[in-house]
Design a protein around this ligand. Structure first.
Ligand SMILES: *Cc1c(COP(=O)(O)O)cnc(C)c1O
Length: 406
């Protein structure tokens, strides 16, 4: 027995971290912990100071998830929020005040852009949006009032790669914080803090929960002072995650390493197939990166490039819409990160209210589709995509095709 125990590394693997957040071993305890569905916690006497007192400040079902998320990045427990955008709001409020300046990647999540442009701007916090895959553009955007660089990599929805280590060097030189939205790759495939970032931030709503059942957000940092400030903001603004969503997410995260790796592999396979298909104008997935991007991806990604692909079908807006309607295994929604394969048509959905020239400037063409590859059989997904391409070839619609085949 001793010999194999000696082989067990002292640093637990991500797989074990995700699974071993149980109760202390006691006879008769349930294997899965209960939900601490309570707003408040009893005290044994007037002077007592229990760990949990009121669920706006902390709750055991949220704390359990925070410990797992912190451990995955070799950091103190995370701070969890009701949504990803609540986490971002808390981050911004903890670092920024009237007169401060932010540099933000232009390929970040749309809600992040809206928060900075339409809300924080009115509080006197200004943002410069730059192409964060261009380090020189970031360097040039630094002002004396800059306090934060915020990037997302791969970007949304065109999956551009930002060099986190390069950004971290610029941030350090300028004495500003670097935050990375790591929602798409999760700590399993990318470790922003190890690459030099100060903050990893997540919408746990996506891959971390993974089952489209619980909203949530989290912030991970090794900076203890910042961590205290973020907890204070959460208490002030009442943005903590609910016990039920914390509990659901703790259950979802158990299979995160398995899910994200399998989904990434399928995504790589599908991206390659699409890349060799003449009905497809362009394909975006980090597995297809070349040149400097390929080097960054090699250094930055840990055994997978994520489950999100973007591709443009030839034939533009009309074809993209009918293509999506022909799919049987991919569900049309505004969402990524679930076990089911999901598809979005940004031009008519997420970016419908962005003027066309602005959309085109950031690579969101009329025919662009974003696919979040799920856990279905990859061959079946490919077959589904293929039949939808055939069905929508040169204006032939499905009924005509069926009639022709009959
Ligand atoms: C969804 C998402 C968010 C916002 O998260 P919510 O939980 O929906 O508030 C932030 N960043 C990225 C990359 C996302 O995909």
């Amino acid at each position: 027995m001793g010999s194999h125990i000696n082989n067990v590394s002292t640093t637990p693997s991500p797989e074990s971290i995700c699974l071993r957040r149980g109760l202390p071993v006691e006879d008769g305890q349930p294997l899965v912990s209960g939900i601490a569905q309570s707003t408040t916690f009893q005290r044994s006497g007037v002077g007592s100071d229990p760990t949990h007192q009121y669920s706006r400040v902390s709750n055991p079902s949220v704390t359990a998830l925070e410990e797992t998320l912190g451990q995955l990045e070799n950091a103190p427990p995370a701070v969890c929020f009701g949504t990803g955008l609540a986490a971002e709001t808390a981050l911004f409020l903890s670092l920024l005040r009237n007169g401060d300046h932010v540099i933000c990647g232009r390929g970040v999540y749309g809600g992040t852009t809206r928060l900075l442009q339409q809300l924080l701007n009115d509080l006197g916090i200004t943002t410069t949006f730059v192409d964060s895959s261009d380090l020189e553009a970031i360097r040039q955007a630094i002002r004396p009032t800059t306090e934060l660089i915020f990037v997302e990599t791969p970007s949304n929805p065109t999956l551009d790669i930002t060099d986190i280590t390069g950004c971290a060097e610029i941030a350090k030189q300028a004495g500003v914080k670097l935050a990375v939205d790591n929602t798409f790759l999760t700590p399993i495939l990318q470790q922003p803090l190890d690459l030099g970032a100060d903050i990893s931030i997540y919408s746990t709503t996506k891959f971390i929960d993974g089952h489209s059942v619980a909203l949530g957000g989290s912030i991970v940092t090794r900076d203890e002072k910042l961590l205290e400030r973020i907890k204070f903001i959460r208490k002030c603004t009442g943005a903590i995650q609910s016990p039920f969503n914390g509990w659901l997410t703790s259950n979802g995260i158990k299979t995160l390493p398995l899910r994200i790796k399998t989904q990434s592999q399928s995504a790589t396979q599908i991206a390659e197939w699409l890349n060799n298909n003449e009905s497809i104008d362009s394909v975006f997935h980090p597995s297809l990166a070349t040149g400097t991007d390929a080097e960054i991806v090699q250094r930055q990604h840990l055994g997978g490039h994520g489950a999100v692909i973007a591709f443009a079908v030839s034939g533009g807006f009309e074809r993209a819409c009918s293509f999506v309607e022909q799919l049987k295994l991919c569900t049309l929604v505004e969402h990524v990160g679930s076990v089911e394969t999901l598809i979005t048509h940004p031009a008519s959905m997420t970016h419908a209210d962005v003027p066309r020239d602005q959309r085109l400037a950031v690579g969101i063409t009329d025919g662009l589709l974003r696919l979040s590859v799920g856990l279905e059989n990859a061959e079946e997904l490919l077959a589904d995509i293929q039949q939808a391409l055939v069905a929508t070839e040169s204006g032939i619609d499905a009924e005509e095709l069926e009639a022709a085949n009959a």
